[in-house]
Structures are given as structure tokens and as C-alpha cells.
Design a protein around this ligand. Structure first.
Ligand code: UDP
Length: 368
């Protein structure tokens, strides 16, 4: 085994960006991942000629010029704009919450002033002060109707917790606007890499040595001196053998099907906001790339609580978990020669652009 400057644990976006930056500055990097492929959760699998987002839909969006220019050095982006629709019982709504949604909810609402008046009257009925949890945040932003039909069921399915126990910031991710604009994101730039996400990871990892199907904990036993430094992007609590207890994660189970039709739902994303439908959304992957294939591939998403046999997706950033994370963070700071980063290493509900920005910031501080 060669000797490296960096052992990078996890070939996801954070690890790949850091590997690229380190390699570009003359460092030798070994990237290992326990999965059989690189890319982490942005990995795409080709099924019926369609790039299937195997670990959940990833739509790239950013307002950070540095990040946008950075990713465009490796791949070209198409002009996909995310405009999900929500199905609630036998009703269909445009998302995010905008004038189309308000007219669909209240057919006597045609103008922004009417929508605001309607929401204001509902908000007054709730009399919530400074929102202390997701339910209060949603009610104070949008009123009872939006909350009951479009937020409550979806959120409780996704997080497996009541909206009164969830932090308000989760819902602040969603745009709420009084224009007829169905673009889900407020960001300046958005799209899907042409050809899917794999070419992005592959280009980032050029020049690094890569080992897949490689578990860090076993590898470390065998090659304790393989590198001067380690960048660990896995679960920070697992690194410390869960010595302070388990951080909680949500995971998603996907039921993926190939269907003998060219267009199943007419949109990449349809959310099912009703509590009694067990999945949260159906993704029809071809629409991310305007696919013209004869068949289609759909994935139903079933959120679940994480256990050790599953992939962790979403850190649950509530008070208890954030406090436990702070204690792991203190251990991490004392760990010599090891840097922690990425969504799992820093226990944050991060979008892809934030992951890249954080990896570039680490490269700036670590490598200059
Ligand atoms: N959300 C909702 N209704 C929807 C879509 C989203 O209430 O139809 C809320 C829900 O609380 C969710 C959050 O908005 O956890 C973020 O949703 P998003 O689709 O951005 O999540 P991601 O794509 O990261 O899974």
C-alpha cells in the first residue's frame, strides 16, 4: 500500500470535492467508500436508458456564484426547473406555495391582496406568537388550510414526528410567494447535470486513488499509517463507536418500478401530502432530463427511522440531537490528524451547493 497525504473516507460530494482540490495542489489522496460505487447519495443508476437517482432526487440549485462556476467546470447543466405538484386526496396543487396554490385552495382568491387577506384571517384565528416549532411556523406563514392539506401530513410522514416537535427551520426552506411562480427554488441557478451526476463525481475523483466496497473501520485496522491525515465524511457518531449514544437520522426506502408507458405522471416530482398514503412522493426520473425513452422509471419514497442496516439520509436537527452532536464535535476537535466534514460528518441537513461550499472552504483553510 502506497503512502498518501490524505485518506478520504466517503466518496460523496464533500469527499470528492476535497479530493479534487487536494490533488490539484499536488497532494496524494486515497478515497475509500463502503458502497460499491462513488458519488454517495448523488449516484445515478441507468435503468431502461434513464438516469435513476438511486438515493433520492437531487436537483442542483444555488445562489453561490463560486459554487456554480465550480460545478460548471466539470459538467454542463440542463435547464430543468423544479416545479412539483402536490396531490391531496382528489385535489392537485402547485408547489411551492404561490398564487396558483392559493387559487386552487380558495377559488374566490384571484389576486395577491385577496390571498394575503385570506391567510391573514386564518393567521389571526390561530394567534401564534414567535413560532416555537414547525406547526406554529407553518400556521403563522400560511394559515390552517395550507397547513392541514399541504404540510402536516407530508412533514409528519417525512420526519416520523409530530409537527409540534420539529424545528421551524425545516419549513423555512420552502418558498412562500404571492406571484404565479411555480419554481420550487429561489436560487439564481438551477439544473441537472447533462448525463446525470456520475460524470461530476468521476471528474472530481480523477487523479485520486479510489477503493469502493471498503469499510473504513476494517481498513484502518489493516493500514493504520496509510496517510498523514484523514478526512472522515461518514457518521460522526459511528466514528466514535456511538460512545455518547446514537444521533438520529431519517432514511428513505425507495420502491422503484419500470413501467411500460412513456409518461406516468407528467412531472418529475409529485408529492402526496395526505397522511394515509404511506409514501411521501413519486419521482419520475426521466423528466429531470426531458427523456424521450419508450418506458419510464418511477420511485415511491417511504421515509423511515434509520437503523444500522440502512443508509442515513437526513440528520434530525432537533434540540436533543443537536446537543448530542455538540458533544461529538468536542471529541472530534481533540482527534489528532482527523478532519470531519459533509452532511454526516457535520450532522447538517445540507443542500448540495452548501456541501460544495463547505468542502471548498475546508480546502482553502487546510491546503493553503
Ligand atoms: N414540505 C411540506 N409539504 C410538501 C413539501 C415539503 O410540508 O409538499 C415540508 C416538509 O416539512 C419537508 C420540508 O418542507 O420536510 C422540506 O421539503 P423538501 O422537499 O425541500 O425536502 P427534501 O427535498 O430535502 O427532501
Amino acid at each position: 500500500m502506497k503512502h498518501y497525504d490524505y485518506l478520504i473516507v466517503g466518496a460523496g460530494l464533500f469527499g470528492s470535492v476535497f479530493a479534487h482540490e487536494a490533488t490539484a495542489r499536488g497532494k496524494r489522496c486515497l478515497v475509500i467508500d463502503r458502497r460499491p460505487h462513488t458519488g454517495g447519495n448523488i449516484y445515478c443508476e441507468q435503468i431502461a436508458g434513464i438516469n435513476v437517482h438511486k438515493y433520492g432526487a437531487h436537483i442542483f440549485h444555488t445562489s453561490d456564484r463560486r459554487v456554480w462556476e465550480y460545478v460548471n467546470r466539470f459538467v454542463e447543466f440542463n435547464n430543468y426547473v423544479n416545479s412539483p405538484v402536490a396531490r391531496y386526496k382528489d385535489e392537485l396543487y402547485n408547489l411551492p406555495f404561490n398564487m396558483n396554490t392559493f387559487h386552487e385552495l380558495w377559488n374566490d382568491v384571484f389576486t395577491p391582496a385577496q390571498a394575503k387577506a385570506k391567510i391573514e384571517s386564518q393567521r389571526a384565528a390561530e394567534a401564534v406568537g414567535e413560532p416555537k416549532n414547525l406547526e406554529e411556523q407553518a400556521l403563522s406563514l400560511a394559515g390552517r388550510d395550507v397547513y392541514e392539506k399541504l404540510i402536516k401530513g407530508y412533514t409528519e410522514k417525512q420526519w416520523g414526528r409530530s409537527c409540534t416537535e420539529l424545528p421551524a427551520f425545516i419549513i423555512r426552506r420552502l418558498p412562500f410567494r404571492f406571484t404565479f411562480d411555480n419554481n420550487y427554488f429561489n436560487d439564481r441557478w438551477q439544473g441537472i447535470p447533462i448525463g446525470g451526476y456520475n460524470p461530476l463525481t468521476e471528474k472530481l475523483l480523477e487523479g485520486s486513488d479510489v477503493l469502493t466496497d471498503t469499510d473504513y473501520f476494517a481498513f484502518r485496522e489493516k493500514y493504520p499509517d496509510v496517510a498523514d491525515k484523514t478526512l472522515f465524511t461518514g457518521m460522526i457518531d459511528e466514528y466514535f463507536r456511538f460512545s455518547l449514544g446514537h444521533l438520529q437520522y431519517r432514511t428513505v426506502r425507495f420502491e422503484t418500478e419500470v413501467l411500460d408507458t412513456d409518461n406516468y405522471q407528467g412531472n418529475a416530482v409529485v408529492n402526496y401530502t395526505e397522511r394515509s398514503v404511506p409514501y411521501t412522493r413519486i419521482i419520475e426520473h426521466k423528466h429531470f432530463e426531458f427523456g424521450k425513452q419508450e418506458k419510464t422509471v418511477i420511485s415511491r419514497e417511504y421515509p423511515e427511522e434509520w437503523n444500522a442496516s440502512l443508509e442515513p439520509y437526513y440528520p434530525v436537527n432537533d434540540k436533543t440531537n443537536d446537543a448530542l452532536y455538540a458533544r461529538y464535535r468536542a471529541l472530534a476537535e481533540r482527534e489528532k490528524g482527523v478532519i470531519f466534514g459533509g452532511r454526516l460528518g457535520s450532522y447538517r441537513y445540507y443542500d448540495m451547493d452548501k456541501v460544495i461550499a463547505a468542502a471548498l472552504a475546508l480546502a482553502d483553510s487546510e491546503l493553503n
